[in-house]
Design a protein around this ligand. Structure first.
Ligand code: GDD
Ligand code: MN
Length: 372
């Protein structure tokens, strides 16, 4: 199958990289049917002219956008101007070696992948000459994505800017990224079954400068938040909190019923054995609320990932139970830290404990109990 390949290359001030890039792409892809579309954000160094000067010799097109809107949005704009069955995205600065392109395309045309990612984090991949700080930032960014956007968990390098995909993946997708992470947007909003990761080494930039700065890192967090909103992950968190609230009612209500109507002694009635009986009532209430929370979360909060089969169901319930009990201990720990160590008012300290325990319960259960 020799499908048309459209390469989208976003550029901003990459004048010296354009000619070597196009030559190396040509060597890697010919005699395939391919086209290169540069989306330039009105570079000040003549990048667009450098690209235009090649269009007689190579299948190159150039689009210049006037008010700079950024890397990811350049790629989205590019999608409206190409007609390949397979689309690839790469940087212009040769940090993405064009020689990896055939491997990405092969994963799609021969190995049935819908998305093929040039990955730094599978065996054989890596980053050349990165400082420890940049490594930590990169890993941290991936961790945040895996934590907050569960659908990215099966991908080792969702931050890569080097990837290929079938046109159908983005056919009806509403893409609205900010910042640099166009792949993340496509993974969250596109439609696909199989993702392949092809190792590559992200090599050192030899000409020009990186445009990645603190602004982009802030944009990244905004982008994650926007994706959480658009894909329902934020609603999921709110549902989890509502379920938690219902658990308080079950917990308290059952204690009241048990001690007022079911023969259990209230804990303050020590003479009548309240310490044993009342505490037993409390333990039953706590455990019942953990179970009702589990059921509500399974069929409501995590309905899209619910566990059904008996074995898995009880394992998940046990997991949830353990995480929530540790959550309770965390609440006590945090409340004491604030009240006893920092001298904060106890009602505020307990609230802080509840907030931290809620986050703990949510993320641990999201990660372990309702795995994607
Ligand atoms: N059109 C357009 N508009 N292109 C841009 C813009 C912009 O505002 N900013 C950067 N680019 C282009 C650059 O010219 C280059 O071709 C590509 O986008 C990547 O920009 P770099 O500045 O070289 O980014 P980087 O090397 O720091 O980041 C790359 O690596 C990351 C992984 O660490 C990118 O590929 C990221 O997407 C990737 O996540
Ligand atoms: Mn770069």
């Amino acid at each position: 199958m020799n499908k048309t390949v459209s390469l989208i290359v976003p550029t901003y001030n990459e004048h010296d990289n354009i000619a070597p890039l196009v030559e190396r792409i040509h060597c890697a892809l010919s005699p395939r049917d391919y086209e290169i579309l540069f989306i330039d954000d009105d570079s000040t160094d003549g990048t667009a002219d450098a690209a235009s000067s090649l269009l007689e010799k190579y299948p190159v097109r150039v689009i210049v956008r006037k008010d700079k809107k950024g890397l990811a949005s350049a790629v989205v704009d590019g999608l409206n101007h190409i007609n390949g069955d397979v689309i690839a995205v790469m940087d212009a600065d040769l940090q993405h070696p064009p020689e990896v392109l055939p491997g990405l395309l092969k994963a799609i045309t021969e190995e049935d992948a819908d998305v093929a990612i040039g990955s730094r984090y599978v065996p054989g991949g890596g980053c050349q000459g990165w400082s420890l700080t940049r490594k930590i930032i990169s890993r941290g960014a991936i961790f945040i994505a895996h934590l907050l956007l569960p659908a990215t968990r099966k991908v080792k390098d969702p931050m890569s800017g080097f990837f290929a995909f079938r046109r159908n993946v983005v056919k009806d997708a509403r893409l609205n990224p900010s910042g640099f992470k166009i792949l993340l947007e496509i993974l969250m909003m596109g439609r696909f079954n199989r993702v392949a990761e092809v190792p590559f080494i992200f090599v050192t930039r030899e000409r020009g400068e990186s445009k990645l700065n603190a602004r982009q890192q802030l944009d990244y967090l905004k982008h994650i938040y926007s994706l959480m909103r658009r894909t329902g992950e934020l609603t999921r968190f709110i549902k989890f909190c509502l379920v938690g609230g219902s658990g308080v009612i079950v917990n308290y209500g059952l204690y009241w019923i048990l001690t007022r109507f079911a023969g259990f002694t209230p804990i303050d009635d020590m003479a009548a054995g309240g310490i044993t009986s009342g505490n037993l009532a409390m333990a039953i209430s706590i455990e019942t609320s953990i179970i009702t929370n589990f059921l509500l979360n399974n069929y409501f909060t995590f309905a899209d990932r619910k566990v059904r089969k008996a074995g898995a169901f009880f394992r998940a319930l046990l997991n949830f139970n353990l995480i929530c009990i540790i959550g309770g201990l965390i609440q006590i720990g945090v409340a004491n830290l604030f009240a006893v160590v920092f001298g904060v008012n106890d009602l505020i300290a307990v609230l802080a404990g509840i907030a931290v325990a809620t986050l703990w319960n949510y993320f641990l259960n999201n990660w372990l109990t309702w795995k994607h």
